[in-house]
Design a protein around this ligand. Sequence first.
Ligand code: FEO
Length: 410
Amino acid sequence: MHCAQKISDNIFWIGSNDWTTPRFENLFPIPHGVSYNSYFIDDEKTCVIDTVDKMIRDEFLNNVHHLLNGRQLDYIVINHMEPDHCAVLLDLVKEYPHVTLVGNATTFKMFEQFYGTPCPDNYHLVKEGDVLDLGTHKLTTYTMPMVHWPEVTATYESTTGTLFSADAFGTFGTVNGNIFADQVDYSLSYEDEARRYYVNIVGKYGPQVQNALRKLSKLPINMIAPLHGPLYRTPETINYIIEKYQYWSTYSAEKQGVVIAFASMYGHTADMAQQLAKLLSSRGITDIKMYDVSKTHASYIISDAWKYSHLVCLSPTYNLGLYLAMDAFLHELAALNFSNHKVSIVGNHTWASAAMKRMTALFTDTFKNMEIVGEPLDIKSALHEAQLPAFEELADTIATSIRETEIKTF
Ligand code: FEO
């Protein structure tokens, strides 16, 4: 059965939901599922904008067949060649062998790498600013390299002011009948997952996202139609998500506050983390987030680290180095180019001190523009009364720093 939904007079959402895949890219847990969005334009020429993941192949093909109603498919615009959006592409090419594939040179190189089936007679090469005329609808290509792969483009439909934005402005989480952001409480239903999606999938490429935002801000946009999650069709929701992207792509904290990320083998470092949280709370700090890096998937901790102004890392030494789960967490955070935040450090060791030194060196040498708040502490084995003054002093310094941190406005 088809599940297409009209999004403007002759443009349809033809995506669907995936509740089955446990991890996006086989990496990131998606407990609320994910949608793969695709779009159909019904004009003198028929056109599909991107396809979908193999998990929703049948629903997608039902939608296309329903809307074509026996006609030929004239165009497929390929904004992104990642398999969550092109797994069904070859199915359509085989079914409609005369279909024109719209993409750039890198798109078609990737097409041949994935499928091993060159279709040069079907290729229509486009570059920045090229316009494809479907009849009433006109599609302009805007390149968006590295948002999130090098071949990525956005396609702007000028008659309706619809921006088909590829991965940009997407989110984890299914769309549940309400395919528009203004139909749901977005901040409750999607905002955290949109941030987790952005920072973990595209977060590394902030400067490229900034380039895309600058370019697209010149367009009169009435609707943003991304490849995942709800669509944005009101000025409020469009401005809301663009403002979030300004924060996220400049690695700017959205809120004064602290994320305490700790690793603990036998509970002693966790004890220090709780002590620090209690001391910060008693100094008026609210909305404190605590995560055991061995328990919570790094994508969630990274997402909150992006959101809040301050991060505290507490870890034991392990094998003369940094405890592996903390090492992995920080490695992932660094790989995403996390920067422009403030960090405090507490190490723990019993017979060889390495964790505090390693974390301090990482934040000083590997990360960019990270301010270390307070003197890093190095505790021996367990927290005792004698060390409490040092924790009190660190809590004072962090609390003052949080209060004095200015949050940017965009
Ligand atoms: Fe949703 Fe980069 O793919």
